[in-house]
Design a protein around this ligand. Structure first.
Ligand SMILES: Nc1nc2c(ncn2[C@@H]2O[C@H](COP(=O)(O)OP(=O)(O)OP(=O)(O)O)[C@@H](O)[C@H]2O)c(=O)[nH]1
Ligand SMILES: [Mg+2]
Length: 472
């Protein structure tokens, strides 16, 4: 009787099986507030991995240093409902003459890469070549700030939003502040009036974003996409002073008719929570295996004390997205499963290399509480500083016999400059630092590309932490 399979066929099947068993998968999300450098990081990540075998400088990644990482190719992504990460347009911008930064992101996008590598340990069952399938996600930073909104009802959310903001930020909301002060929360809701006030609130948020503020809720007001003009986005917090003026105690509020201003805004807030915020966490966030949180610490330092304080508030809220303690909101609602986290200060090419360690210390100081909680919860987390796409070159300048490090780059307006950005404090800056205004940098244009791989600082260290253990 003929055996069902020939010996060759059996061997082939067996080696396919082994090959498949070596194939690994990872879902990686790049996270961070608006303009933190997520798209630049993702573009550089894809670029470095694609050129890992040849041009890319990845000495801090053992698989690349040992010549085992052979490169990466793009595959069709599994989630057909999510747009593809625009890698080619980003690279075209960086390759343009003069080079440009990739466009800001307006929605979520995904890219699937297949990495080919030679396993480090060879046994008789180990295939010659193994694969790691990497799904990477980019989404606007604003969406993340909506998680904390889930732990509130409309009243407690109004209370958090009424907390004192600095003068500079208040000034940006002036139209809304003046308009809302005239509102009667107990009156019958007037759709046109609510739409106008909601627009004024959204305009305030947009102005605050443009002025470098980070603590901006609700996030979708900034990037409404297809929800532009929809009633679900036509709400805003009622200032505590207004609620006090109408002596709206809990009992009184809840006795108001559904058609009142108060009840209409509260219903829209609940709808936003259920239909906008929750689906994002349920469908995307909780399925990521690993995340990197990017923070533009240097940008905030450059922008002064009010912005820096605002970044610190926003980060505290953002980090709740990683609080996996048993009683945390995230765990209760979505049971996430992240097993590794990196926290990176971006744009490190804005300071000279001798300052990089201080940047990491400052980042750790800024995130001291959440980092402590994460480590306590047993989530492995690493803090580092990096430049996804290095835009400056380090130079040394002689002055009075000593050599001072400096940066050379081209500003966004095309001017070549030699920059002395100053010292980065290694702890949270106090009044003294702000009084001296000891830190100042220009924004630089990307360097013209001289090789297929983008220049970077410590992208290889970040890649190693995020996926090095899968490449052994
Ligand atoms: N010098 C330098 N600038 C950078 C680097 N990465 C980002 N930038 C600057 O920061 C800006 C924002 O970077 P993005 O990658 O678009 O930031 P994002 O987090 O994706 O921003 P949103 O899409 O708006 O949420 C860029 O346009 C650059 O000006 C870097 O490695 N070095
Ligand atoms: Mg982006």
């Amino acid at each position: 009787m003929q055996p069902p399979f020939s010996r060759e066929r059996l061997n082939r099947e067996l080696s396919n099986l082994v090959e498949r068993s070596r194939d690994r998968q990872l879902r990686l999300a790049v996270t961070g507030l608006s303009q933190a450098g997520k798209t630049a990081f993702l573009t550089s990540l894809v670029n470095q991995l694609r050129h890992a075998g040849v041009e890319a400088q990845l000495d801090l990644l053992p698989a690349a240093r040992e010549g085992r990482l052979l490169g990466a190719q793009r595959l069709n992504q599994p989630d057909l409902g999510i747009p593809r990460f625009p890698y080619d347009p980003a690279m075209s911008a960086l390759r343009a003459d003069p080079p440009r930064w990739p466009e800001p992101t307006r929605g979520i996008s995904e890219l699937r890469l297949q990495l080919r590598y030679r396993p480090a340990q060879r046994g008789w069952l180990t295939p010659e070549i193994a694969h790691l399938t990497l799904d990477i996600f980019d989404y606007p930073g604003e969406w993340l700030l909506d998680l904390p909104l889930l732990q509130h009802d409309f009243d407690s959310w109004c209370a958090t939003q009424s907390q004192a903001h600095g003068e500079q930020r208040q000034a940006l909301f002036r139209d809304w502040i003046d308009g809302v002060a005239k509102l009667d929360p107990t009156a019958e809701a007037d759709e046109t009036q609510l739409a106008e006030l909601a627009t004024a609130y959204a305009e305030g948020l947009k102005r605050a974003k443009a002025a470098g503020f980070s603590d901006l809720q609700p996030g979708r007001f900034l990037l409404p996409g297809e929800l532009e003009g929809a009633p679900v986005l036509q709400f805003f917090p009622l200032p505590q002073a207004l609620l006090d003026k109408f002596a709206l105690t809990d009992a009184k509020r809840h006795a108001l008719p559904d058609t009142s201003v108060y009840a209409t805004l509260a219903a829209r807030f609940r709808h936003y929570q259920q239909h906008i915020v929750k689906p994002f966490y349920r469908e995307h966030f909780r399925r990521f295996d690993r995340q990197i949180v990017l923070v533009d610490v240097l940008g905030a330092l450059n922008a002064g004390p009010e912005r820096f304080e605002d970044l610190s508030n926003a980060l505290r809220q953002l980090m709740q997205s990683f609080d996996y303690g048993k009683r945390s909101l995230l765990t209760r609602l979505f049971a996430p499963k992240i097993d590794r986290l990196a926290i990176a200060a971006t744009k490190a090419d804005h300071v000279t290399p001798d300052q990089h360690q201080s940047v990491v210390h400052l980042l750790e100081a800024l995130l001291a509480e959440p980092l402590k909680d994460l480590r306590f919860a047993g989530v492995p987390v690493k803090a580092l500083s990096l430049a996804s796409i290095r835009a400056t070159q380090t130079r040394e300048v002689s002055e009075n016999g000593s050599r001072i490090p400096a940066l050379f780059g081209t500003t966004l307006s095309g001017e070549e400059v030699l920059d002395f950005p100053g010292e980065v404090p290694s702890h949270l800056p106090g009044e003294d630092f702000w009084r001296r205004q000891g830190f100042d940098f220009a924004s630089f244009r990307p360097l013209p590309m001289s090789s297929a791989a983008l220049p970077h600082i410590r992208m290889d260290a970040a890649i190693d932490w995020l996926m090095g253990d899968k490449l052994v």
